[in-house]
Write a protein that binds this ligand. Structure first.
Ligand code: ATP
Ligand SMILES: Cc1cn([C@H]2C[C@H](O)[C@@H](COP(=O)(O)O)O2)c(=O)[nH]c1=O
Length: 262
């Protein structure tokens, strides 16, 4: 959940939540997979799951989303700042508080979207953008980032499946989407301990299984950490009983509050 493995750098409290981000091109299946992962986590682990997204995970963010995706055309630097404003508020008001109370936070896009789309796609300076992102979120990085890698040639097919008119970014052209994809792959290659790259052209259930396999070990680690902090045995009665990747939902599993992205 944070840049340090055992403690939250900001609060000094034990880091008990788990932070998962989905990344990828438009129409790569992020919403589909974040929904499936959230349902599985609630049912199999009885964990509080907070599903959210960028831009648009907060009320302010929904205004920013409308502006950046459906408003007047803006230059690339203005675009960076719109996404950054959404992100800073999202982390401060929703993501960090949820992690601090022990929730699993699943976000459909996070700061890597800006590095791929604005540095890669719009060809802005990567190092500068990375510094700005880390400042805006006070250093908070996901425990795991799942890249749903899709050839942009498949984008029209995926977009038409949604039945929605393409937004300003989706209309940015094939070369833009190719640069974005290359940027994602380079980010993942540079930080393999955080990223998992999955083939987004595979079937929905096959991908869901790979996502579960990537996330389940993090839950075990967080559970052990939380139990240690509370003085409980790791396999004690409190909380979920855990589960294997792909395990059937646990009967009687506790369903906690879930914030679902609008
Ligand atoms: N693995 C898959 N194979 C085929 N179709 C898929 C797959 N995953 C998702 N889809 C379909 O593709 C469309 C886009 O999926 P989804 O909305 O999950 O993508 P997304 O990455 O969240 O898109 P966006 O970035 O545009 O919001 C939907 O119609 C969805 O049902
Ligand atoms: C967070 C973020 C997003 N974008 C782009 C990527 C997509 O084209 C849209 C968001 O739409 P989605 O339906 O939620 O995928 O915005 C970006 O360019 N930079 C960012 O930081």
């Amino acid at each position: 959940m944070s840049t340090t493995p055992d403690d939250d750098a900001t609060t000094g409290l034990p880091a008990r939540g788990v932070f998962v981000s989905f990344e990828g091109g438009d129409g790569s299946g992020k919403s589909t997979q974040s929904r499936l992962l959230g349902e599985w986590l609630e049912q199999a682990f009885g964990r509080e799951v907070v599903r959210t997204r960028e831009p648009g995970g907060t009320q302010l963010g929904r205004t920013m989303r409308e502006l950046v995706l459906h408003g007047e055309d803006v230059d690339p630097r203005t675009e960076v700042l719109l996404y950054l404003t959404d992100r800073a508020h999202h982390v401060a008001s929703l993501v960090r508080p949820a992690l601090e109370r022990g929730a699993v936070v699943i976000t459909d896009r996070y700061l890597d979207s800006s590095l791929a789309y604005q540095a890669g796609g719009r060809e802005l300076d990567l190092a500068r953008l990375r510094d700005m992102q880390l400042w805006a979120v006070d250093g908070l990085l996901p425990d795991v980032t799942i890249l749903l890698d899709l050839d942009p040639a498949l984008l029209p097919q995926r977009l038409s499946a949604t039945g929605l008119a393409p937004d300003r970014l989706e209309r940015s052209g094939e070369q833009f989407h190719r640069r974005t994809r290359e940027a994602y792959l380079a980010l993942a290659a540079a930080e393999p301990e955080r990223w998992r790259v999955l083939d987004a052209s595979a079937g929905i259930e096959e991908i869901a299984e790979q996502v579960r396999a990537a996330v389940a070990p993090l839950l075990d680690r967080a559970r052990a950490r939380a139990a240690g902090a509370a003085g409980d045995p790791v396999d004690g009665a409190g909380g979920g009983t855990g589960g294997e990747p792909g395990a059937a939902p646990r009967p009687g599993g506790r369903l906690d509050a879930s914030t679902v992205a609008p």
